[in-house]
Design a protein around this ligand. Structure first.
Ligand code: AMP
Length: 283
């Protein structure tokens, strides 16, 4: 296990001297099958894989769950042994943000709507820590989950605009058997909340049926359907239902091109997000 940036740099140099392609899987720990699927994909693409486990304080807002976020390092290390025992980077906060740290990476455009409106400092924290991880690890390829669709848009934009020499690979959303997208935060849900949470993925399937099956192009109609499905869960408070262009995240009124539908809702003290990418025939 690597804990310092200096050690990580040395490790990365060794890998590159041995002509190895380095894959990076950034995580905040409390690992589940979603994270492990990223590691499995990284194993296929790369000669050597690094998983970072760091609950990044700068991506949490002041009233968010930074202190409650599950920290389960022993379990995480055990789980990683089931997927090829990748190298693990587990820095302390002071290692990533030493006293006097005073830089923030801000990505415009795609970071503004949806999550950006609700969590205004979130993506600056994400972009900053991910760039630090890219630089320190010397990763050739980094693996992210479609689960955090807007995060991928932000990271892609950062990589493009700053000419960061890291390839981004996006992996599909891994779900529980009933459809709920796996998330470290699902641990917070009570039994009743857990059973209500399934309406998010169900609403997205209904939307897909409308768009692909019934060829409905009116985004407002689709949005209403999603809303009424989510509202069948009495404790679910919708933050947003966005029907957008997957590249720009501009909202669509007519669905006649590739579309991403993003939903977010609060339940109790938890927040859940989910999304679906719908590929339509261009007209
Ligand atoms: P996190 O630990 O929540 O910051 O997530 C680390 C990485 O795992 C991110 O790239 C997430 O998008 C990805 N991830 C989280 N949940 C899932 C999931 N259910 N399926 C696929 N990837 C996921």
């Amino acid at each position: 296990m690597i804990t310092t940036i200096e050690e990580l740099r040395r490790w990365s140099q060794q890998q590159h001297h041995s002509q190895k392609r380095v894959g990076l899987v950034p995580t905040m720990g409390a690992l589940h099958d979603g994270h492990l699927s990223l590691v499995k994909t990284a194993n296929q693409y790369c000669d050597t894989v690094l998983v970072s486990i760091f609950v990044n304080p700068t991506q949490f807002g002041v009233n968010e769950d930074f202190h409650q976020y599950p920290r389960l390092l022993e379990d995480d290390l055990r789980l990683l042994q089931t997927v090829g025992s990748p190298e693990v980077f587990v820095p302390e906060i002071t290692e990533m943000y030493p006293a006097g740290f005073d830089v923030s990476v801000h990505v415009g455009g795609v970071s503004q709507p949806f999550e950006g409106e609700i969590r205004p400092t979130h993506f600056d924290g994400v972009a900053t820590v991910v760039l630090k991880l890219f630089l320190a690890s010397g990763a050739d390829i980094a693996f992210f989950g479609q689960k955090d669709f807007q995060q991928v848009c932000v990271i892609r934009k950062m990589v493009t605009d700053l000419n960061v020499p890291v390839e981004i690979v996006v992996c599909p959303i891994i779900r529980e058997p009933d459809g709920l997208a796996m998330s470290s935060r699902n641990k917070y849900l009570s039994k009743s909340q857990r059973s209500q949470a399934v309406v998010l993925s169900q609403s997205l399937i209904l939307a897909e049926q409308m768009i692909v099956g019934e060829k409905i192009q009116d985004a407002e109609r689709v949005r209403k359907k999603i809303r009424s499905k989510i509202e069948t869960a009495p404790d679910m408070n919708i933050d947003y239902i966005a029907i957008a262009d997957p590249q720009t995240l501009h909202e669509l009124t007519t669905i006649n091109c590739d579309t991403v539908i993003l939903v977010a809702a609060g339940i109790g003290t938890s927040r859940l997000i989910d999304n679906i990418l719908i590929t339509t025939t261009r007209s």
